[in-house]
Design a protein around this ligand. Sequence first.
Ligand code: ASP
Length: 442
Amino acid sequence: MSVKVVKFGGSSLADANQIKKAADIIKSDPERRFVVPSAPGKRFSEDIKVTDMLYACYEKASLGENFEQDFQNIKNRYNDIIAGLGLDFSLDKEFEDIKSHLATAGKEYAASRGEFLNGKIIAAYLGFEFIDAADVIVFSDEGVMLRKETRAKLRERLKDVESAVIPGFYGKSLSGVVRTFSRGGSDVTGSLVARALHASVYENWTDVSGVLVADPRVVDSPVVIPVITYKELRELSYMGFSVLHEDAIFPVRTVGIPINIKNTNKPEDAGTLIVADNDAEEVSLRTITGIAGKKGFCAVNMEKAMMNSEVGFVRDVLNVFADMGILVEHMPSGIDTLSVIADADALKGKEEQLLSELRKAVNPDALEIEPDIALLAVVGRGMRKTRGTAARIFASLAHARINVKMIDQGSSELNVIVGVNEHDLHQAIRCIYDAFVSSTLV
Ligand code: ASP
C-alpha cells in the first residue's frame, strides 16, 4: 500500500477540538499512516504557542528563577487536551521528568518537549505507535541535521511499522543531546519522513487552503494557487512568501514527492500541490503563478564614460562587494551605467566605506546610494509559453503611474523582477494582480 505522510501545524493541533479534526482527516484515508505533529499552537490570536511558553519557562529555570506557575500553565494546556479528547491517559511521569531536566538539558531540549508531549497524546488518541524523533532524526554536535544518517535511521526504525506518530521539530545529536531545527521545523521532519518512506505525497496541514497568489494583507481575498512547481515556490519564498520552512523542500524535491498544502478546517478544499517541473499540469489560464514583493533594498548606482569598453569593470565592482561581505541581489546595467541592488540592512553602517572602496576600485564619474527600493517578483512557469506577459506587467504599472526603477528577467523565463520605490510596492502588486488574476475571474 502506498504511504502518505501527514504533518499538522500548531494551529491544527491547538486544542482537543482541532486534534479531533486532524484525527478525522487521518482516519478518513488508510494511506495516511505516518503523522508528524507540531506542538499546540495558538487557539485564538492573543494566545501563546506552547513552544513559546517552553522557551519562556526555560529562561526562568536556567536563571534559577521560580518557574512553577509557567510550568503549570504548560501542563494545563496538555491536560485540557487529554480531557477534551476523553482519553484515559496521563503525562504526569513525563511532566516530572521534563521539569527535573528543564534547567540543565538546554534550551533546545526544553522547546522540543512541545512536540514530544503532543505526539504522545496524538499517538494514544489514534492508536498509532509513538516513535521518539530523538531516535530517528540525527544532528551533528554542531546542530546540523545529518541527512544520510537520518534517512538510514528512519528507514531502519520504520521498516515494519504499520502506522506511527513521530513528533516534529527535534532530533538528537551524535553525542546524545536533544537538538531542534529553527522555528517552524516540524515541516522539515515531515519532509524527511516522507523521503525515507518513499511516500506518494507529503501532506502539510495548516490553517489556510493553500498558497495564495499574493499576500492577503496587500490584495483583498487573493485566490489560491492550485499547482506550483518547487522552483516557482523557491522564487516566491525568497521574496517573502512564507509557506513552508525553507529546508522542508529539499528532501522531497530530490526524489519528486509532491507536497500538498491543505486546510485542517476545510479538508474538502484541494489546497495547493507543489510538484517538480515536469509534473506541472498545463499552464493555468492566468499565465502567472504568484506575485511577491519585498522592501528593504537599496541601489548603488554608478556611471562612467566608456564603462562598457573597460575590461574587468564589473569584476572589480563585484570584488568590492564580495570583500565587504555584501550579497549582491541584482545588477541591472546600461551602456555606461551599472546599478547593484543589495539588502539595505547588509549595507547599514558600511555606506561610506563602500563608496570609498568603489571609488578606489573603478573611479566612477558618478556614484550614489539610492535607498528605499522594493523588489517585486512576478513568477510563473506559464511565461515561457505566453507572449506579451512583460507588456502586460509594464502596461499595468504605467497605468497606475508607478515608476519602474529596474527590470530583470531571469534566463529561465520563470520570473520578472521589478524594482520600484518602497511606497509604490503594494499598489504595484495590486495592479499586477488585477491585470492577470482578477481579469480571469468571472
Ligand atoms: N513548534 C515549533 C515552532 O513553533 C516548530 C513547528 O511548529 O514547526 O516553531
